[in-house]
Write a protein that binds this ligand. Structure first.
Ligand code: SF4
Length: 491
């Protein structure tokens, strides 16, 4: 007799089949997903009010497909085909959908058509977290990270790349034309050196035609860019942009996802995908949205130097946000180099006087998303300056001049008095992004277009918040909040 445990006989007929419910334990998070979606207020999530058409085939209830997406993202399954497979072989999903088996087309179409609903559901879950006092609602950290779009670099064309490609195509055509000329000359004088074989002439003509058609394509893209006012074209996902960061992230064709994270349990208060290459000028928008979601009058907002734009920070202060954002140049002071105050602004002459006795002149007027700033520098003076090593880590010292020096002073003093507030930034913002991008492998997007990407990252954020809440308070506390009656009948 075998000492191994034997499975059930596959041909066994069960007189009393097991209940589907027996496969899902009382503390299984899937029970919460079910109760949460069933308990959603249709006024807040109008998708749930959608009535089926009077004719045609019956449709799947939107709530059922919503449950499937929440379950999928919570369990690192995002693709519609994989979600379809789950409905056939995963007992939790079979329980959740009561044996419904929508196909992948139905599933992906639901995500495409109802993408706005995911934000509403995310907000409803945050309302639940607020009721459970899971938000500290005192301090939030704001940061952005790049998510990779469904668009390879080879199908992204910034203006400069197009110019280079056209130059290279011209060079290529010129080379092939020279070969053809040499060939013609060889026809007149068969002993000429460097000629092309007869058989290659057609090949050369074909190559020239290919290059000419590529050039026409690039020129058309340039024209489109001029007309649209954009700086680059992405062929697979038109909304994706080549984004550059001077950090380990490097450059990527994708989206800059902004998030606001609460200081208490690292829950995401707000999330938004943008295709802007930097975080400049995003502070007020994100902080104010978070304040509204948390329903508080004041909030401490922490972000890195990429968000430092004095008019934007001033606007945030006016909206009740206590700003903790370092000026990029403060890093130089920390390294023991000349502090910004040591370079004195001369309003009458509109220049900065530096410790080396040079005048730093206004070099450029820059504007990002309507927010102006000017750069002052003097490359000639810095090149030969004996104090350069005490002043800058680069070739020259640049000063980013901004109005409202009183705001600048206030923020600096506040940060100097409470360094522990800014010190919390990294630990807060990097937790959700690290989890979503690296633990769950969701740093590469599956959908295209800004609206679809926003829905996708919102689902990731909802799954992240749900996972945090399940960990902090447990399934029972969450179930109690959404469906006390259900819990009573279960116990
Ligand atoms: S490095 Fe440039 S800015 Fe700095 S002290 Fe010398 S001249 Fe002035």
């Amino acid at each position: 007799m075998s000492r191994f445990i034997a499975g059930a006989d596959r041909d066994q007929v069960w007189l009393l089949p097991e209940r589907l419910d027996d496969y899902v334990s009382e503390g299984n998070p899937v029970r919460f997903i079910d109760a949460f979606v069933e308990g959603l207020d249709p006024q807040q999530v109008p998708l749930l009010l959608t009535a089926p058409a009077a004719t045609g085939r019956p449709r799947y209830a939107p709530g059922d497909l919503l449950k499937l997406f929440i379950y999928g993202y919570l369990n690192r399954v995002r693709s519609s085909r994989e979600l379809e497979h789950l409905t056939q072989r995963n007992l939790e999903v079979i329980w959740l959908l009561k044996r419904l088996r929508p196909d992948h087309k139905t599933i992906s179409e639901f995500r495409r058509v109802h993408r706005a609903a995911f934000k509403q559901v995310f907000r409803q879950f945050n309302v639940l977290c607020r009721d459970l006092a899971l938000f500290g609602a005192e301090l939030v950290a704001i940061d952005g990270t790049f998510f990779k779009a469904v668009n390879s670099r080879s199908r992204n064309f910034p203006q400069a790349k197009l110019e280079n490609l056209i130059k290279n195509v011209d060079k290529g055509i010129e080379g092939y034309l020279k070969d053809l000329e040499l060939n013609d000359a060889a026809a007149d004088s068969p002993d000429a050196l460097g000629t092309v074989k007869e058989a290659n002439v057609d090949d050369l003509k074909e190559r020239i035609a290919k290059l000419q058609s590529a050039k026409a394509r690039y020129e058309q893209m340039q024209k489109d860019l001029e007309e649209s006012g954009e700086s680059q074209v992405s062929l697979t996902d038109p909304d994706a942009r080549l984004l550059n960061k001077s950090t380990a992230q490097g450059s990527v064709v994708g989206y800059n996802v902004q998030s606001v994270v609460d200081g208490e349990h690292h829950l995401i208060v707000e999330i938004e995908a943008t295709n802007q290459g930097n975080d400049f000028g995003q502070f007020t928008k994100m902080a104010v949205q978070a304040k509204e979601q948390l329903q508080v009058e004041t909030l401490i907002g922490v972000a890195d130097g990429g968000y430092y734009q004095i008019n934007d920070l001033k606007a945030a202060e006016a909206q009740g946000i206590e700003v903790h954002v370092p000026q990029r140049e403060d890093r130089l002071e920390k390294k023991g180099l000349f502090a910004r105050e040591e370079l004195r602004y001369d309003k009458e002459q509109d220049c900065y006087h530096c410790p080396g006795g040079a005048r730093l002149e206004r070099k450029s007027d820059n504007q990002i998303r309507g927010l102006r700033y000017e750069v002052y520098a003097n490359s000639a003076a810095c090149r030969d300056c004996p104090l350069r090593k005490q002043c800058t880590t680069g070739k020259l010292r640049k000063i980013r001049h901004e109005e409202n020096p009183e705001v600048m002073k206030r923020v600096r003093e506040r940060m100097a008095a409470q360094p522990e507030v800014y010190a919390r930034r990294k630990g807060l913002v990097e937790h959700p992004f690290g989890t979503m991008k690296f633990w769950w492998g969701q740093g590469s997007l599956l959908t295209r277009g800004l609206a679809a990407v926003n829905a996708e990252v919102t689902l990731s954020a909802l799954a992240y918040n749900m996972k945090r809440a399940l960990k902090v308070v447990g399934v029972r506390a969450l179930l109690e909040r959404v469906s006390p009656a259900l819990l009573a009948s279960a116990s």
